[in-house]
Write a protein that binds this ligand. Structure first.
Ligand code: NAD
Length: 432
């Protein structure tokens, strides 16, 4: 099939590469000139395992190309299907900003001959209904087909998703989706677009609930007679629950859960529908981001304003460069407001980028320099370089008496045992 994918962010670029790998002829449409240049030059604009190599291979087959706009490429050789994978960032009031979706849908509606339009961006229930009302011709050729990929396994998730949700008004559009995705060994849920929109939000709200639940358990397990690791291990072994998303820490870190939970709450409020559970999930998450600051206030007391803090990790996960809503974006400003100085080390982020992300903090190129003379260390990413570090050596660099706050519960407590530092985490992890 001739396919266009509008928006080459995490979802769009991995989708374009995956569909080209499958044998389709794909044009990735991207309006950001820098991102477009990078793609055309074969450089993946986002960090995803395997993407760089697969992008090169797909370009080599001639089945993948990139363009700044949709219409000119369509005139040359019409697209049969256009996927829309543009951003739906949070507006100031927490609602989803739909301006990119609206504009992209308008572009598709103008194409002749008309392609099938498949919206994959996450949008509040009722959006497809409302936006296609402006383009009635689209409705028989339209699907709302939410994307469920995980950053860190995005390419694999395109080829082997857990499920496909196809929200359509006209049943033949499902056949188009089946032809597009090929044989997939997963269930399909065929429904109306509004239900499909809700299914995406509800799924993310549930994942967010698991995270806030784990963090609430961590708060209950903040005493030496309880061990949060063992509690969550035991809980997750129940096959009805599972271990995924039950890791206590600093709260949601990816860019989707914060914005999607807020947007769902806004959507419900606009209809006068109460969301007590979702509100609690969001509240627990907001408070959890203060774990590092609150722990340092408690441990260092009046010394905190005179102390240097070393922050280890800017990313929320080592394999993702998506720092739009990473805990570091909240934690570092909180620490800057409290401490004498903040240094930030992240092995995958260069000094210029660290300076841009964290004005007022000092970027550090290596771990030892970052901790030298610091009174406190905050671990915000489970970088192997930090987890596997020789902490007995790092402890000699710290200013005594030092505190290490493990915001990802990723350090191995036994490696820190006996060292001249106080170890704190989300919940107690030290043996009784
Ligand atoms: P993103 O913000 O990283 O990328 C969007 C891209 O679209 C940008 O590069 C932007 O320049 C481009 N764009 C916007 N309008 C355009 C237009 N008219 N023409 C050409 N290019 C245009 O977004 P993302 O993280 O890939 O997410 C896309 C959507 O998918 C969002 O709704 C998000 O909630 C949803 N989603 C994201 C993930 C994820 O892990 N990132 C997972 C599932 C669903």
């Amino acid at each position: 099939m001739r396919v266009a994918v509008i928006g080459q962010g995490y979802v769009g670029v991995t989708g374009a590469v995956a569909l080209a790998r499958q044998g389709h002829h794909v044009t990735g449409v991207e309006k950001d000139p820098a991102r477009l240049r990078s793609l055309a030059g074969g450089r993946a604009p986002v960090c995803e395992p395997g993407l760089q190599q697969e992008l090169g291979l797909a370009l080599g087959t001639g089945r993948l190309s990139f363009a700044p706009g949709l219409s000119r490429a369509h005139v040359a050789e019409p697209f049969e299907v256009v996927l829309i994978t543009v951003g739906t960032p949070p507006a100031e009031d927490g609602a989803a900003d739909l301006s990119q979706v609206k504009a992209a849908l308008g572009e598709v509606a103008e194409l002749l001959p008309a392609p099938y339009a498949v919206l994959k961006s996450t949008v509040p229930p009722g959006t497809s209904e409302r936006l296609t009302a402006e383009h009635p011709r689209l409705r028989d050729r339209y699907a709302y087909n939410p994307e469920f990929l995980n950053q860190g396994s995005a390419l694999d998730d395109w080829s082997a998703p857990s499920r496909v949700v196809a929200g359509v008004w006209a049943p033949p559009v499902v056949d188009v989706l089946r032809a597009l995705y090929g044989a997939l060994a997963c269930p399909w849920v065929v429904t109306a677009p509004t239900t499909a929109e809700m299914a995406k939000y509800a799924g993310n709200a549930f994942l967010a609930t698991k995270i806030s639940f784990a963090n609430e358990c961590a708060r209950l397990c903040a005493t030496p007679d309880l061990n949060i690791d063992q509690v969550m291990q035991a809980v997750g072994l129940d096959p009805r629950i599972g271990h995924a998303f039950l890791q206590p820490g600093l709260g949601f870190g990816d860019s989707c859960l914060p914005k999607d939970t807020a947007a769902l709450a806004r959507w419900a409020a606009s209809r006068g529908l109460p969301t007590p559970l979702l509100d609690a999930v969001i509240d627990v998450n907001r408070d959890q981001a203060a774990l590092v600051r609150d722990t340092l206030r408690r441990e260092l007391g009046a010394d905190l304003p005179r102390s240097e803090v070393a922050v280890l990790g800017a990313r929320y996960e080592p394999w993702s460069d998506d720092v739009r809503a990473a805990p570091s974006r909240t934690v570092v400003p909180q620490l800057l407001a409290e401490a004498a100085g903040v240094r930030v080390w992240d092995p995958a982020t260069d000094a210029d980028e660290l300076a841009r992300l964290f004005p007022g903090a000092r970027p550090c190129a290596d771990l030892r320099t970052a901790v030298r003379g610091a009174r406190a260390v905050a671990v915000l990413t489970e970088w192997p370089e930090a987890v596997e570090a020789d902490w007995s050596l790092l402890a000699t660099e710290l200013a005594a008496p030092a505190v290490v706050v493990d915001g990802k519960n990723c350090l191995l407590p036994e490696r820190l045992a006996g060292l001249p530092l106080t170890y704190r985490s989300a919940g107690n992890r030290l043996p009784a």
